[in-house]
Design a protein around this ligand. Structure first.
Ligand code: C5J
Length: 220
């Protein structure tokens, strides 16, 4: 019998061979003090609750042989790929300026890298993206198509920004997306609640919502 993820608004059947875990932007810049998230005036402690559940789902995906992909939001050191409209927005510190973890949201800097708790292992593609959506100006779609991937388990930060932007992009490209709600984090809990409701509303108009325990159990 085909396995399925328990989810809302209804269970989602999947094939492990055509499923990928996409870990969105679990970078120091978003989940540790001194990065981009804090520079925007946010309390990073609000998103750190997603780390443990993400570790659980990551371990389950690796054990099941499910493809794992990581993304990082950030820019070239010369900022030539950062639109002025993005560059000029911020709070205390702006993209490209020095911070305690190096230049904010710049590739190669300590803050730009993925947190040690969820660090990629050999064979797991890392997608560097200049925008919020992981499909915009990246080779993510090509990589997924090449592997025949149809279903995406999407985790990471932040829920209403890069996570659901990516889910909306993926949905339009024909992927079935499921978000474990404890594996995503937002600096604004009320935004997270609304963002996840929007995903699963109207008969899963953008995708499904589940949790780490259900995803891990289905992959076991
Ligand atoms: C933000 C992201 N929140 N990764 N980026 O600016 O969600």
């Amino acid at each position: 019998m085909q396995p399925s993820f328990q989810a809302e608004p209804f269970a989602l059947p999947f094939d492990p061979a055509t499923t990928a875990l996409v870990m969105i932007d679990m970078q120091r810049d978003f989940v540790e003090p001194g990065g981009f998230g804090e520079a925007l005036g946010n309390d990073v402690n609000l998103v750190r609750s997603a780390i443990g559940p993400c570790q659980q789902v990551l371990a389950a995906a690796r054990a099941a042989g499910v493809m794992v992909i990581h993304t990082r939001e950030g820019h070239r050191a010369d900022l030539t790929d950062c639109p002025p409209a993005k560059l000029t927005r911020g709070g205390k510190t702006f993209i490209g300026e020095p911070g305690p973890m190096g230049r904010i949201l710049v590739r190669g800097e300590k803050g730009h890298d993925i947190i040690p708790e969820l660090y990629p292992v050999a064979g797991e593609p890392v997608i560097d993206k200049p925008g919020k959506g992981a499909f915009y100006q990246t080779d993510l779609h090509l990589i997924l198509q090449t592997r025949g991937i149809k279903t995406l388990v999407v985790c990471g930060v932040t829920t209403e920004v890069c996570v659901t932007t990516t889910v909306r992009e993926a949905n339009d490209r024909g992927y079935e997306c499921i978000i474990p709600q404890d594996c995503v984090g937002s600096y604004f809990p009320e935004f997270q609640k609304s963002a996840l409701e929007m995903i699963k509303a109207q008969g899963a108009i953008f995708g499904w919502v589940s949790n780490a325990a259900a995803i891990s159990a289905a992959l076991a």
